[in-house]
Design a protein around this ligand. Structure first.
Ligand code: ADP
Length: 277
C-alpha cells in the first residue's frame, strides 16, 4: 500500500485502535423494543472518536437503553430487539458472525454504582487481562491502568487490599482502571458520578478529560451541568406517550455549546431552560 502524506498524518495522530476514524460509532436506531413496548424510536447519533458525547434527557427517555445497545449489553435482556444499525469503525456489531463478548472487549463499560469485585485492588485491574490470557508484564499493565485512572498514587502501597475497602470515588476510579486495563477503544459510562460526592465527581470529570486523549467516551448523565462541563457533543432525548407506554426519541444532537446556548428545537429549549415537567 502506498503511504500518502495523509495516511502518515493519520498514523501520527491516531492509535491503531481507532485507525483514523473520525466517527467511532454510528448509531441508527429506528425502533427498539422490550417485548411489545416501544422504548426508543428514531435516534441517529454519530459518536466522534476521542470525543466525549453526553446523553441527556428526562428519566425514562432511553438514555441507558441506547448506551447499552452500543456494546450489546441489551442482548442479556431476552425481550430486547431493535431495528436499525450499529456500526463500530464501520463494522456492523450486530452482524451474525460477531461475538458480543468480543464487542465488549473493544467497547468497555462503567456503571452507575461502583462495582469492584470482591478481590484485591490488583486482581480487580488484572481481571480482564487474565480472562484474555494476557502473557506480558502484568505488574506493568496494572500500574499503567491505575495511573491512567488517577489512582496509582493512592493505592500503590496497598495493592493487596480489597477493592471494596476503598472510598466510593476511589472504587469508581478502580472500575475505570479495570475497564481500561484491556485497552478498549470506547468507554461507555452510565451515570458514573451519581453515587459520588461533589469532590469525587470532579476528580472523575477531570479524569474523563484526560482519558479522551486516548478513548472515545459516551456518558449518560442526569446532570445538565455535568454535560456542559465534560461533553464535546450532546444528544438530547425526550419522551412521548405511545400506545404501549412512554417512548423515548432523540430530539437534537450537536456541539454541547449549541445544545445549551442555541438549541434548534423547542423541546430542547424547554428542557435546558428548566421548563420541562
Ligand atoms: P433512562 O436511562 O433515560 O432513564 P432507560 O433506558 O433506563 O431510560 O429506560 C427507557 C425505558 O425502557 C423505560 O420506560 C424503562 O422502564 C424501559 N426499560 C429499561 N430497561 C428495561 C428492561 N430490561 N425491560 C423492560 N423495559 C425496560
Amino acid at each position: 500500500m502506498e503511504v500518502t502524506a495523509q495516511s502518515q498524518q493519520a498514523e501520527a495522530t491516531h492509535s491503531p485502535e481507532d485507525n483514523g476514524y473520525k466517527v467511532a460509532i454510528t448509531c441508527k436506531i429506528q425502533e427498539l423494543y422490550y417485548g411489545d413496548f416501544l422504548a426508543v424510536r428514531d435516534s441517529d447519533i454519530d459518536i466522534g472518536s476521542r470525543q466525549i458525547t453526553g446523553f441527556i434527557g428526562p428519566s425514562g427517555c432511553g438514555k441507558s437503553t441506547v448506551l447499552r445497545c452500543i456494546n450489546r449489553m441489551n442482548d442479556l435482556i431476552r425481550s430486547f430487539r431493535f431495528s436499525g444499525e450499529l456500526l463500530f469503525h464501520g463494522q456492523d456489531i450486530y452482524a451474525p458472525n460477531i461475538d458480543p463478548v468480543a464487542v465488549r472487549r473493544y467497547i468497555g463499560m462503567v456503571f452507575q454504582q461502583p462495582n469492584p469485585f470482591a478481590m484485591s485492588i490488583y486482581d480487580n485491574v488484572a481481571f480482564g487481562l487474565r480472562l484474555n490470557r494476557y502473557k506480558g508484564d502484568m505488574d506493568e499493565k496494572v500500574e499503567h491502568a491505575l495511573t491512567r485512572a488517577g489512582l496509582w498514587g493512592e493505592v500503590k502501597d496497598k495493592l493487596t487490599n480489597g477493592g471494596l475497602s476503598l472510598s466510593g470515588g476511589q472504587q469508581q476510579r478502580l472500575c475505570i482502571a479495570r475497564a481500561i486495563a484491556t485497552e478498549p477503544s470506547v468507554l461507555l459510562m452510565d451515570e458514573p458520578c451519581s453515587a459520588l460526592d461533589p469532590i469525587a465527581t470532579r476528580i472523575i470529570e477531570e479524569l474523563m478529560h484526560e482519558l479522551k486523549e486516548k478513548y472515545t467516551i459516551v456518558i449518560v448523565t442526569h446532570n445538565m451541568q455535568q454535560a456542559m462541563r465534560v461533553a464535546d457533543k450532546t444528544a438530547f432525548f425526550s419522551v412521548e406517550i405511545s400506545k404501549g407506554g412512554r417512548t423515548g426519541f432523540l430530539v437534537e444532537f450537536g456541539p454541547t455549546s449549541r445544545i445549551f446556548n442555541d438549541p434548534q428545537e423547542e423541546l430542547t429549549k424547554e428542557y435546558v431552560s428548566g421548563q420541562f415537567s
